[in-house]
Design a protein around this ligand. Structure first.
Ligand SMILES: NC(=O)C1=CN([C@@H]2O[C@H](COP(=O)(O)OP(=O)(O)OC[C@H]3O[C@@H](n4cnc5c(N)ncnc54)[C@H](O)[C@@H]3O)[C@@H](O)[C@H]2O)[C@@H](O)CC1
Ligand SMILES: [K+]
Length: 501
């Protein structure tokens, strides 16, 4: 699903009105029918709603939604924020339609005029949407700040008021409506997945309001938001007439004394992701542990007792995962350097492999074009030699992936995958259950397994991020987000695969 800019969305609205054709007010009604459907499915019949409306079309949506909710027996109050003397045409029409009904409407000229309400009322933000043209100030800022102090559940229509759809680098975050849920029209907006602002929008639900498909198709965007159907399209079921060789032989280079768990988890995840065969190349001290804990894997040990050293013959492997628990010893660093020089197949680099890259900037030039790097924000910063990630971090991510013709997965609550062609794909499948040691090792293993079994790097990456997230959801349903272990995630990979077929 493409992420379009506010400007592109405006154009899509316009084209839809022209080409379908449909009147603007009917398009708004269609959008609001989708809003109502979603709310009606999520809230009990006795819910009450307080809808805060601005005077543009976002406010028009709010007024129309009030009518739909009222006519379906929900309790609704409407507050019109008088931020402007004028109002949009569709606002006026919906105001007229609402005034025929017995819905309480209060006009607010100062934040203090908003009456107290009980904690069960759901606050709906229909103040401003994609038409926001400057940071909030005055009345709207006061209202948003005052609503943000309340404990009520909060839902934003299209986009939380005060948040720009595209660039918030000049915005002030304390005057943005804090939503638990954002019901957004047609496509997610960049600010909803950007790491500085994603926390303000809560859970995103994208409502398809049937804007001009041909227009969206030909509109260029560098950003996409991957929905489950798009990931499922990448999935290739196993063939009946196949054998272990069909699904490749993965090599995992991982582990050091005290960090063999990382190598184990990664190996297990690799095998649970479909690789036909796995060989783990680990330091000598881990051989017995590894073979008893993961009998399905073959093991080659390095000469060194405690750290990885040397490199096995690479000829028979069709994918390599390197980094989990590796440490940053000079021996491991040499191994990585030799590996990059000798192997130009599909490869995932994570954890200490990334730290070694960061410490040896010239290694980056040796990466093959089939390489996937999977840094978390801290590793990414080190890799790029940055003190901090600025609001333009997505540009840095894109440039880095393009420059080296590799895939870079910036792991976060919403993960961003940068492809060599400059496209960035956002994947919103994370859960706080993954905020734990071992998660990165598991992802490395999953992607390595998918690569070995025949997926091309970008497909393996998207599938891998999805599978880990979904498996983590299954695992934390059983155990809780707190108690969920990386190994629980591995155990649930099977269920995650089933969602693909
Ligand atoms: N046909 C369409 O165009 C559709 C539009 N829809 C809704 O329309 C919204 C966009 O509507 P609009 O373009 O009217 O935009 P908004 O409703 O976001 O508001 C625009 C108005 O607010 C003013 N404004 C902007 N920033 C301000 C600020 N900081 N302080 C005070 N006033 C400010 C603008 O000058 C303008 O008058 C979408 O977010 C969506 O909710 C939906 O109904 C779907 C269909
Ligand atoms: K809004």
């Amino acid at each position: 699903m493409k992420i379009l800019s506010a400007q592109q969305i405006r154009e899509a609205d316009k084209q839809t009105i022209q080409n379908e054709p449909i009147s603007s007010i009917d398009l708004m009604e269609r959008a609001v029918s989708k809003l109502f459907e979603s709310i009606d499915a999520s809230y009990s019949d006795d819910s009450s709603f307080a809808i805060f409306c601005g005077k543009g079309n976002n406010g028009g949506d709010g007024l129309a939604l009030a009518r739909w909710l009222f006519q379906n027996d929900y309790f609704v109050q409407v507050f019109i924020i008088e931020h402007s003397d004028s109002a949009s045409e569709d606002f006026k029409e919906n105001y007229k339609r609402l005034s025929d009904l017995e819905v309480g409407v209060l006009h607010i000229s100062a934040a203090a005029e908003i009456p107290e309400r009980d904690d069960d009322t759901v606050l709906i933000d229909a103040m401003l949407g994609s038409g926001l043209s400057r940071p909030l100030e005055g009345l709207l800022a006061d209202v948003v700040k005052s609503l943000n102090t309340l404990q009520n559940e909060r839902l934003a229509i299209d986009i939380p008021t005060g948040l720009f759809a595209d660039d918030n680098s000049e915005n002030s975050f304390d005057v943005i409506f804090k939503a638990d849920v954002t019901l957004t029209f047609q496509c997610p907006k960049l600010s909803m997945v950007h790491k500085d602002t994603a926390h303000l929008v809560g859970q995103i639900e994208v409502l398809d309001i049937n804007l001009d498909e041909a227009f969206i198709e030909r509109t260029f965007s560098l950003y996409s938001y991957l929905i489950p159907d798009q990931v499922a399209d990448l999935y290739k079921p196993r063939e009946k007439f196949s054998y272990k060789g069909t699904y490749g032989h993965a090599l995992l280079i991982a582990g050091s004394y005290g960090s063999l768990g990382a190598a184990l988890m990664s190996g297990k995840a690799c095998l649970r992701s479909g690789a036909g065969l796995l060989t783990a190349f680990i330091p000598k001290c881990g051989v017995e542990i590894y073979q008893s804990a993961l009998p399905e894997a073959m093991v080659i040990s390095s000469d060194n007792e405690e750290v990885i050293s040397g490199l096995p013959d690479l000829e028979k492997y069709n994918a390599v995962g390197v980094g989990p628990g590796l440490g940053t010893s000079s021996e491991a660093s040499k191994t990585l350097e030799n590996l990059l020089g000798a192997f130009d197949g599909k490869m995932v680099l994570d954890a200490d492999a990334l730290n070694i890259l960061a410490a040896n900037p010239d290694f980056v030039n040796k990466l093959s074009t089939q390489t996937i790097l999977t840094p978390h924000p801290g590793e990414f910063k080190r890799l790029l030699g940055l003190q901090e990630l600025k609001p333009d971090y997505l540009e840095r991510l894109r440039e880095f992936a393009k420059k080296h013709s590799i895939i870079v997965v910036l792991k976060d609550a919403i993960t961003a995958i940068a492809a060599p062609d400059g496209q960035i794909y956002f994947m919103d499948y994370g859960t706080p259950a993954l905020a734990k040691g071992g998660s990165g090792d598991v992802l490395t293993g999953i992607i390595t397994g998918l690569l070995a079994s025949g997926y091309e790097p970008l497909h393996a990456t998207k599938l891998g991020v999805y599978l880990q997230g979904i498996a983590a959801h299954f695992a934390s349903d059983e155990t809780s987000e707190e108690a969920c272990l990386a190994t629980d995630v591995i155990h649930n990979l099977g269920k995650a695969f089933r969602t693909l077929s």
